[in-house]
Design a protein around this ligand. Sequence first.
Ligand SMILES: O=C(O)C(=O)C[C@]1(C(=O)O)C=C[C@@H](O)C=C1
Length: 363
Amino acid sequence: MSDTSINLDELRQRIDQLDSDILNLISERASCAQQVAHVKLAEDKDAVFYRPEREAQVLRRIMALNKGPLDSEEMARLFREIMSACLALEQPVKVAYLGPEGTFTQQAALKHFGESAVSLPMAAIDEVFREVEAGAVHYGVVPVENSTEGVVNHTLDTFMDSSIKICGEVVLRIHHHLLVSETTRRDKVSRIYSHPQSFAQCRKWLDAHYPHAERVPVSSNAEAAKLVKTEWHSAAIAGDMAAKLYGLDHIAEKIEDSPDNSTRFLIIGNQDVPMAGEDKTSIVVAMRNQPGTLHALLEPFHRHQIDLTRLETRPSRTGVWNYVFFIDFKGHRDEPKVAAVLEEVQLRAADLRVLGSYPIGVL
Ligand SMILES: O=C(O)C(=O)C[C@]1(C(=O)O)C=C[C@@H](O)C=C1
């Protein structure tokens, strides 16, 4: 035997030993999670098992402790899955998402909750809200803004008619690919299916490479991928999940015009989330139509040095108030300076609702 093979054997023995240790440690951790479930149930028979603030703290701590050689995000992803499996022992978490299967929203749901969550596709954003409100699922995942295309108005509008709370956020890098089936005549592609937002995100690439192909908007990227299976002259723009689900090949990868194209998704539920340490708060405010309204609304944030991360205006649907503002800012509603700002804004507004304070997305 050569030196290299002796070393390989030794290394593999070492890996076997380490795997046994990791196995025992994960099992011990899982038993701890089971005990946590008993403690929670003893305290409250309607106990909430999923704790977004604790999960964010666990992942941030792991990232801070990590010394490599695996990078911190990779390590956090491994722990994400361990925690997901531990939570499933406490209670299998059911999550509704804007479907169909294979959409970026499903990818976001699995990124946030891990693969042990049960994810259920819904046909529309309102349905996701309804399922959560009715208690048919524990949580919901809906898109809220894209770095290229801006806000998803429908999601914001649905908050106006709902008492649902925001429990978390997850940001997903969006990579679009041009996909075909094995029967597609690749040199004869004359029609491309995709979601209107995806067309918008790949506009320049399409103008340069497929200026004459018909662009057919459909309800989701996954729907586009499904249609391509049956048409020899068509292609779809969709992501990896849809490509895998429908067994499609890539003609071109990462065709999005902006290299840091990403979408932010909200985790919606029925619980108030305690402080995690690095939090965000989302509010919706109705203001009277008077001069200086926007200044009056934003001035307290400036004075208390609170970082705004997003401000959207939507037409009010009641007709009584003209402006409705959706505001996201850094901090948790239980922090004194945030509480002070909320109190001041409340006095100046016609209506104020805190949609939720929740951990800033970790992964
Ligand atoms: O700390 C808890 O409350 C747990 O239930 C344990 C645990 C974990 O595995 O670390 C599991 C699920 C929760 O969402 C948060 C953390």
